[in-house]
Design a protein around this ligand. Structure first.
Ligand code: PGA
Length: 252
């Protein structure tokens, strides 16, 4: 039985002051919802403020990225040790990181191995571009991203990994995929790739989320699918009622 999981990816939105306001109001609402693992991922600058406000709330805190090295001469980067001081989770390989910051599967994999070392629960993103989707390359692309980004970690750690299937064409576009199509990718592409890495039992234990224009109107369609265990939410995670409604509909 996989516990449902909903994470809010705030991306590059909200100052520290705005984060304090949003987190305090949001946590009041989210705390009332049980039966789902809840995680907020504000920008690095706001993690300290958010962590203080979330203490004891049962709501997890995640970073949106990190470097793989513990420390050193990497100007402008944030290390896993720094993330670990405040967070239990980290998003890795988001398509915006892959597209704008040249993150490859190899880089995502280094970060994943580092997450294992620093005992952080990773939310690893995979998903095809519009061009790949239209060329019917979804299966090939998502299978490769999954196999290469998630390799070389222990099966015990693997069971903790959360995979987010986020078709790039659905992110921030208002054009979500649909439940059946997303479920088919989770079931026939992502889980077999996970089974190839870690064995069938672990593949069945790993949570697979859908992400891309999730709203309170379409969330239930995704959550009713047997191989989709929750959502990674972008835009709608900045709206308290929307995000609470999405979280509520994932709860069991
Ligand atoms: P969106 O973003 O919900 O705004 O489409 C999802 C994501 O990028 O994780």
């Amino acid at each position: 039985m996989r516990k449902p999981f909903v994470a809010g990816n705030w991306k590059m939105n909200k100052t520290i002051a705005e984060t304090r306001d949003l987190v305090s109001r949001m946590s009041l609402k989210l705390s009332e919802i049980s039966g789902v693992e809840k995680v907020l991922c504000p920008p690095f600058m706001s993690l300290l403020a958010a962590s203080a406000l979330l203490e004891g709330s049962g709501i997890g805190l995640g970073a949106q990225n990190m470097h793989w090295e513990e420390k050193g001469a990497f100007t402008g980067e944030v290390s896993p040790a720094m993330v670990k001081e405040l967070c239990g989770y980290v998003i890795l390989g988001h398509s915006e990181r892959r597209a704008y910051f040249n993150e490859t599967d190899e880089i995502v994999n280094r970060k994943l191995i580092s997450a294992q070392t620093f005992d952080l629960t990773p939310i690893v993103c995979v998903g095809e571009t519009l061009e790949q989707y239209e060329s019917k390359l979804t299966r090939e692309v998502v299978s490769r991203q999954t196999s290469q980004s998630l390799r070389d970690v222990s099966p015990a750690f693997a069971a903790r990994i959360v995979v987010a299937y986020e078709p790039v064409w659905a992110i921030g576009t208002g054009k979500a995929s649909n439940g059946l199509e997303a479920n088919a990718v989770a079931k026939d592409v992502i889980r077999p790739a996970l089974a190839g890495l870690f064995g069938e039992e672990t593949a069945q234990a790993i949570r697979v989320l859908y992400g891309g224009s999730v709203t309170s109107s379409n969330a239930a369609e995704f959550f009713s699918q047997p191989d989709i265990d929750g959502a990674l939410v972008g835009g709608a995670s900045l709206k308290i009622d929307e995000f609470a409604a999405i979280t509520e509909s994932a709860a069991v």
